[in-house]
Design a protein around this ligand. Sequence first.
Ligand code: MCN
Ligand code: CUM
Length: 800
Amino acid sequence: DKAPETVDPDSVSNDGKPCGHGRMLRKEDPRFVRGKGHYVDDVQLPGMLHLAILRSPVAHARVVRVDTTAAQEHPKVVAVVTGADLAEKGLAWMPTLSNDVQAVLATDKVRFQGQEVAFVVAEDRYSARDALELIDVEYEPLEPVVDARTALSPDAPVIRTDLDGKTDNHCFEWETGDSAATDAAFAKADVVVRQEVVYPRVHPAPMETCGAVADYDAVNGKLTLWSTSQAPHAHRTLYALVAGLPEHKIRVISPDIGGGFGNKVPIYPGYVCAIVGSLVTGKPVKWMEDRSENLTSTGFARDYIMVGEIAATSEGKILAIRTDVLADHGAFNGTAAPIKYPAGFFGVFTGSYDLEAAYCHMTAVYTNKAPGGVAYACSFRITEAVYLVERMVDCLAFDLDMDPAQLRLKNLLRPDQFPYTTKTGWKYDSGDYATTMRKAMDMVGYDELRREQAERRARGELMGIGMSFFTEAVGAGPRKDMDILGLGMADGCELTVHPTGKAVVRISVQTQGQGHETTFAQIVGEELGIPPEDIDVVHGDTDNTPFGLGTYGSRSTPVSGAAAALVARKVRDKARIIASGMLEVSVADLEWVKDDERGGAFQVKGDPSAAVTIQDIAMRSYGAGDLPDGIEGGLEAQICYNPENLTYPYGAYFCVVDVDPGTCEVKVRRFLAVDDCGTRINPMIIEGQVHGGITDGIGMALMEIVAFDEDGNCLGGSFMDYLIPTAVEVPHFETGFTVTPSPHHPIGAKGVGESATVGSPPAVVNAVVDALKPYGVRHADMPLTPSRVWEAMQGRATPP
Ligand code: MCN
Ligand code: CUM
């Protein structure tokens, strides 16, 4: 293992200053690679029972009768619980993160295939599963609503009969931007391009599915819940509100999480069932779903049908963008997004361009499909927004017969326009877009690729070059604008430096593979001159960490990372006063000097020999002898950080594909990503995040889809049907970066965890469509499987 560097030589800001904290190997990896990770399913408690959930085989039906007699008689069964049982306790329904309600267990109707109907608690997992087959449910089938396009037709059956006075499947209506100004810009345009663009329903596929172990201690009245949660504190508060348990008597522990990707943001019925199971039996109860349960019943992603329109001059100056969106929210609105943002951050669909006007209107509907909506590294629907605008820009390039890279360069926001308020009201913090775009074009060898493409086309070969330029809004969020069910989106952080100079930092976000145990130690270490190896990062346990809203929307670095830097500075402020006592000078005579050998030290100005490190100061802070007036012993601090704004990372991505004209198979030959996420804390981890996100994007663009048949049967319920890419389908990744720090983040960092999932699908689709240009193809919908490519080549792609 190489000793960690404090400053990565690769990380030089656009203005030439070094930044970043070093390509340090991940502190958590020795544990993972040696099989010492500790996941929810590893939790074993004495007397622990096992829970299995009976799920609906049909998409829409009235529940006439649930007979549990035979299951109760199974020798290993301890309890069987139905919706009616939960209704007696007032627990049959729970709130979703979007202020809707969702059935924990069905009482009146089932509303999607895979919905929870009853659960069994048994002595072992196998008996629990066996006993499910002994439960006899009588369903009276109802016509399902499968296609969002028909959900609002007058004869569509009403799904949400549980909602008072509900007579249709309307979920919500939303708009943003200026409709009149957009109409005016369209009226004077030389060219208007209209295209329907569908982002199909997809699903994150973390290696670990969702699960929980609930342990209710009746004597102490304390509930401990180990669960696969990306937001343990928010979950604890909701359990307290829903179940009426005192919050201080609930401890939520998220141990190691085997991937989340947004799948572990919501509270699922299974978690609540595990809690009820423990309350009812007085024993610890484990629930762990299998892969099919995960794919068919937990938070899906996307499912937006978008009609886009883009207006431009004949020279290719984009004037305005307009879109009308039909959003399929499934049976319950389980979207996790700040409550004032029912469409998440879709409002950034104006992309990275200098527009005169923009407008979006959205209609959201209920259908007989699993709930969810925000998941799969989506940055709160920015995936959909970026896909729309980057597809529309390519459609415009097609109609104008312009080079898509030149068209983008012509319209990108200029550095002097930042901070830039978009036509939909988002304040982009910083950016130097053209530099990033040009760097990507240089790295990929754009001109040479176009020459090669011309030669190949002349030979009848189908080579495609696709690109996307995206801007994200991550780091939710300023608490004045953003909350989840009333909980403001800020993050706490606590830092304790022990007498020997080792430290513990307690954070409120939750790593699921992003490497927080490393990067948060690097952030604190950099501020205090403590080696990251000497700093432990504690997370995922509500009894041992400060309150905060958890990890999603790539908010950890923008919000919690800022909290970590600021809490370290608060400790340093106290250390300075103690140092002034130790060196017998005034505070004003001290300066903090970083150096490679010691990390950093307070030094008397002009006298490098009079210096003390944090480690010296820590010992003194706990040691014998007086401290300066008004200073308490110990070296620790805590804060709660409320971000001033979101951070706006961006990037330029290029994809090169070859399409086999015989088999219509797409091969991704190259993928290059140039990202700008401001100051780069750990370039190795960033590259890992980008590699993962490109893989996601190639998967969505080419093979992933959760489809349904006309009866509402889910056709993506296993990895036989829901295809995810492997090393075979992805190329060797090429990455580059520019560094434009965020002006309001204490270390200038922006989030990056979802950038590549957001930015890569349009680059891949644009590349495939570009390859099919000789066939006159302007658009084709994801996933671009060989059959879809074939259809597009036959002129049967989605109509404009
Ligand atoms: N980082 C950095 N420098 C920056 C920005 C980030 O070194 N300028 C580092 C961070 O310190 C962190 C990682 O990159 O270790 C990701 O940081 P960030 O962008 O803040 O995102 P979060 O940590 O909040 O992670 C959430 C994001 C989301 S929302 C999804 S979805 C997703 C993703 O992360 N899920 C993941 N990446 C994932 N990666 C793994 N392995 N597993 C998941 O479930
Ligand atoms: Cu939208 S998936 Mo992530 O934000 O947990």
